[in-house]
Design a protein around this ligand. Structure first.
Ligand SMILES: C[S@@+](CC[C@H](N)C(=O)[O-])C[C@H]1O[C@@H](n2cnc3c(N)ncnc32)[C@H](O)[C@@H]1O
Length: 273
């Protein structure tokens, strides 16, 4: 594991309130969650029946997007808001295309840190490291990533299903300013991979789900297509552009997921010229 993660005492896992990584884990059928997480996951499922296939659709988008950029020649990956490991993880997809790929995972949840060893079993030729860091601490996170990645060369930066936990207030999380700082740090030829919950496709269900998240102590900010598009300003969108998540370069399983019903999540991939 990289840097100070090994030196500092492990952060405490708070089981008194739900955490996004653990709620998402419950939706994916994982075992790394606690009764408080299950309770919130079930409450949200009751008002938005799409969340189980939404979580699956989102994982599948990450895999297709990573494969796409790896096949385009990207060999360095920075994945922020990694989540609890599920197979295949991002490094497995990237290193299947090119074993020498280097991957840095980052998340701020102590339970993801505890699971980090499972994320670090990469190929012998490549490198896989984990940074326990908050996306809002841009300088620290980039410095940690630079211990493994060469930022003078292209990097794929992924924030998959993370930005809806961040607000866009200039004196708050300032999510657009935040993303810009990350993109500014990337070399030409780098890629941005994003997905985010939207109210556009099912406003009532998403509104209720967001309310449950907030009551559970997790800020939640669904964004319209225009709001999602702002993340990609100045970048070249890869086809088919910004689109509901299962529609992004779908494979047969994604077409099947689409047929099951709407998933209120937008996805997109763009290249920095
Ligand atoms: C819904 S999960 C998505 C996991 C994975 N990217 C995927 O799509 O399968 C969101 C992840 O973002 C992480 N996260 C939330 N806020 C964060 C922050 N401020 N800094 C770093 N990670 C954060 C959570 O801990 C969680 O693991």
């Amino acid at each position: 594991m990289a840097g100070s993660d090994t030196d500092a005492p492990p952060p405490r896992i708070d089981t008194s309130r739900p955490h996004p990584a653990r709620v998402y884990d419950w939706w994916l059928g994982g075992k790394d969650n606690y009764p408080v997480d299950e309770e919130l996951a079930r409450r949200i499922l009751a008002v938005d029946g799409s969340v189980l296939r939404g979580a699956r659709a989102n994982r599948r988008f990450m895999q297709r997007a990573v494969r796409t950029v790896a096949e385009a020649g990207i060999r360095q990956f920075l994945d922020i808001g990694t989540g609890i490991p599920t197979e295949p993880n991002l490094h497995q997809v990237a290193q299947q295309v090119a074993p020498e790929s280097r991957v840095v995972y980052a998340d701020n949840d102590p339970i993801v840190l505890r699971q980090a060893q499972a994320l670090l079993r990469g190929s012998a030729e490549g490198g896989t490291t984990y940074a326990h860091a908050d996306v809002r601490d841009v300088d620290t996170l980039l410095a940690r990533a630079a211990e493994s990645l060469d930022f003078t060369r292209p990097v794929a930066l992924s924030l998959v299903a993370l930005t809806h936990y961040l607000d866009d207030e200039p004196d708050g999380d300032d999510v657009y300013g935040l993303l810009k700082r990350y993109v500014d740090a990337l070399a030409p030829g780098s890629h941005l991979i994003l997905s985010q919950v939207t109210p556009d496709l099912n406003p009532e269900a998403v509104g209720k789900a967001a309310e449950h998240f907030r009551r559970g102590g997790t800020p939640f900010h669904p964004r319209s297509l225009a709001g999602f598009a702002r993340f990609f300003e100045g970048l070249e969108l890869l086809g088919p552009g910004l689109i509901p998540v299962s529609g992004w370069r779908p494979e047969p399983q994604d077409v099947a997921l689409q047929a099951e019903g709407i998933v209120p999540v937008y996805a997109g991939v763009a290249r920095k010229a």
